[in-house]
Design a protein around this ligand. Structure first.
Ligand SMILES: [Zn+2]
Ligand SMILES: [Zn+2]
Length: 240
């Protein structure tokens, strides 16, 4: 097989695994159901990484922030202050959450559970693929942490604001058709309480039947908060 086929194979394998692991871990750990969280709480010494991931992602990012809208992290300075104080009482993990912009960015040990299952695939690829395919696979395997750290914060800003404030390379990326679809997937993820649309690396949600169809109401709320609309949707004025 020519080298380029190996490169494509590595990229594709890495992508499929990355998307699948992301969708699965986001559903069953980061936004785990209360029943699972209660079970982990019975043996916190064993399930601490899961409990911490669920707390920072679900409790803080989904529930305690962005309460009034998808693009407003805190409703007031008091709300932010109150949460900051609570998190400081939690010690090291609380400080990690604060430093990750209140769980908006992958930060420190918060990365652990999210990336852990992906780590297994680096040696698997290394020993089974040609070196060039291995390198290609590494690139796509690293997409979930890349998206969580660099892209996710912008998904919670109006599109135009992201275009003004992101570094040029990232602003370009955010304008692509793919990233516009990521904006919408993540908007639906939050709008319905973290029970569908888990991917930032798109794909596995569709295979796993975890996507929702955009309704007219979704579209109008998206327009209000400045999310990029699907190209076929009628254009609306933001405050119209
Ligand atoms: Zn989010
Ligand atoms: Zn979530």
């Amino acid at each position: 097989m020519p080298d380029y086929v190996h490169v494509l194979l590595g990229l594709a394998l890495g992508y499929v695994i990355a998307s699948y692991v992301e969708s699965f871990m986001h559903e069953y750990v980061s936004d785990a159901r209360p029943k699972a969280v209660r079970f982990w709480s019975r043996a916190p010494w064993l399930f601490r990484p899961m409990l911490n991931t669920h707390f920072s992602h679900h409790t803080i990012h989904h529930v305690r922030t962005y309460r009034s809208s998808h693009v407003t992290q805190f409703r007031s300075e008091e709300e932010k202050q109150k949460l900051t104080e609570e998190l400081l009482q939690r010690g090291k993990h609380g400080r990690t959450i604060i430093n990750g912009a209140y769980a908006t960015r992958l930060h420190g040990e918060g990365a652990f559970v999210f990336v852990a299952p992906l780590v297994i695939f680096f040696p698997v690829f290394y020993f089974t693929l040609k070196p060039i395919a291995f390198l290609a696979g590494c690139v796509t395997l690293l997409l979930p942490p890349f998206m969580s750290h660099f892209v996710h914060p912008y998904l919670h800003l109006p599109f135009e604001e992201g275009q003004r404030t992101a570094p040029r390379w990232l602003a370009w990326l955010l304008r692509t058709r793919y990233l516009r679809a990521v904006y919408r997937n993540h908007f639906l993820h939050h709008r319905y309480g973290g029970v569908s649309n888990f991917n930032l690396v798109l794909g596995a949600d569709i295979v796993r039947r975890r996507t929702r169809v955009l309704t007219e109401k979704d579209l109008s709320v998206m327009a209000e908060v400045g999310m990029p609309l699907p190209e076929e949707a009628p254009t609306r004025t933001v405050h119209g």
